[in-house]
Design a binder for this molecule. Structure first.
Ligand code: ATP
Ligand code: FE
Length: 340
């Protein structure tokens, strides 16, 4: 079975072709324009998706070395995400499905981040996680602990009550003067930093929920004050500041996951989403599995952490195998609804 998947929920146009679970091509066209604005400008993003989507599809078909008539179905991100960009992907996918007379499959973007682990060799273990497992989705728009009973049986155990991790990192980075997306910049400058030099307080949230807005404000205030009084201080301590922020975030995430493990008795953890590219988060979770041999940790390879077409294609494939087709009249949604 050959599936073409289209991702266009934010600022990257991703198109991928997979055959069974193997990636034949995975094209991403980044939109650089947003970097100077400190975040994604929806109107500009929609226009660029429109310009890039045909190129991305052509490139994906070309580098997969197949004829387009061999594609069995097309899948695309239905939501959540920015509505303009989603509409571009949806319109293209619908036309493609009508033109080639092949089935249409719609994908929940958050679910796809988790299901990216079912792409062949998608994680550092090079193996598929067995069910049930706990998914930790850490991305630009979401921070959730999800109990995954089966491919399409997912249950949210905890969510952020306010900002997501990625959003908080991006906002802090902006105050430090970094371009968008700020997460990778914080990681870059954290190298060789002393991660215990600056202590910021961790949020206290009951259950398995998260909160990052207080933490974000604390750190932002701290940096703003220092910048006002003594700009040089921030420059000289940049790597220690970045390392400290990163380490605390990694600890917050790890502590919640440990809580989820003890509450559910599930000791299989699957990381997903853009922030799981972060080396400190990866390091802490790996060291946890070294300490506790019963624990299985699945960490995605870098290319499957941030948005990509392959995760939309694999989710499409898994839906195709279950005949979970969608109508051509379906429309995108911007806010998270439920898992299908
Ligand atoms: P969502 O998936 O919730 O709809 P999104 O698609 O915008 O949101 P992703 O592409 O999954 O989010 O992730 C983007 C986020 O990941 C950004 O906030 C970015 O700063 C962060 N990020 C990417 N790489 C790293 C890294 N190495 N360290 C920390 N954060 C990172
Ligand atoms: Fe995403």
């Amino acid at each position: 079975t050959i599936i073409l998947g289209i991702e266009s929920s934010c600022d990257d146009t991703g198109v991928s072709i997979i055959q069974n679970r193997k990636v034949l091509s995975n094209i991403i066209i980044h939109q650089k324009i947003h970097s100077k604005y400190g975040g994604v400008v929806p109107e500009l993003a929609s226009r660029l998706h429109d310009q890039n989507i045909t190129k991305a599809v052509q490139q994906a078909i070309f580098s997969a070395k197949i004829h387009r008539d061999r594609i069995d179905a097309i899948s695309f991100t239905l939501g959540p995400g920015l509505i303009g960009p989603l509409l571009v992907g949806a319109s293209f996918a619908k036309s493609f499905s009508m033109g080639l007379e092949i089935p249409l499959l719609t994908v929940n973007h958050v679910q796809a981040h988790i299901l990216s682990h079912f792409i062949q060799n998608a994680n550092i273990n090079n193996s598929y996680p067995n069910f049930p497992f706990l998914g930790l989705v850490i991305s630009g728009g979401h921070t959730q602990i999800i109990k995954v009973n089966d491919f399409f049986q997912m249950e949210i155990l905890g969510s952020t009550l306010d900002d997501s991790v990625g959003e908080s990192l991006d906002k802090i980075a902006r105050i430090l003067g970094f371009y968008y997306p700020g997460g990778p910049m914080i990681e870059f400058f954290s190298k060789n930093g002393n991660q215990k030099k600056f202590i910021f307080s961790k949020p206290i949230v009951s259950g398995l929920d998260f909160s990052f807005s207080g933490f974000k404000s604390d750190v932002s205030q701290f940096i703003k004050k220092k910048l006002k009084k003594n700009t040089l201080f921030v420059k000289q301590n940049l790597s220690d500041i970045c390392a400290s922020i990163q380490n605390i975030i990694a600890e917050i995430l790890l502590e919640k996951v440990e809580k989820a493990i003890s509450q559910t008795g599930i000791s299989r953890i699957v990381l997903a989403g853009g922030v799981s590219a972060n080396h400190e988060i990866r390091r802490l979770f790996m060291s946890l599995s070294k300490k506790n041999k019963k624990l299985e940790i699945f960490i995605p390879k870098k290319e499957y952490t941030t948005d990509n077409g392959a995760m939309i294609a694999i989710t499409g494939l898994l839906k195709y195998e279950r005949k979970l087709f969608d109508s051509i009249h379906i429309t995108p949604y911007s806010k998270f609804k439920t898992f299908s």
